[in-house]
Design a protein around this ligand. Sequence first.
Ligand SMILES: [Zn+2]
Length: 107
Amino acid sequence: MKYRKVEIKDAMAVVWRIIIFVTIEIVTANYLLEKGLIWLWIFIIFLLLAWIVSWHCGYFGYECVKCGHKQTITFIKEFLTINLVNRKYLKCEKCGKWNRAKLLVVN
Ligand SMILES: [Zn+2]
């Protein structure tokens, strides 16, 4: 797989998805909370989160700072590991070391 550096348009792709997420939540909150359907509203939050995280998995990869190995990660890993703005605290699949892996875009 090929990778490239993160550009402004990639950051914007993330921002757009967050805007869509917040907008849908605000619009549905008005309607659903009034009817007492809070669990449905929470369910929609999880659906949208799953959508953003799975997109993020396919769009971005990470480069190990110890050995330079580049990898993509699974949905579960994406969800459970800590994001550090443009880095992610990850265990490298090649050298096995925990490191602050650099964010890259899958090309
Ligand atoms: Zn490594």
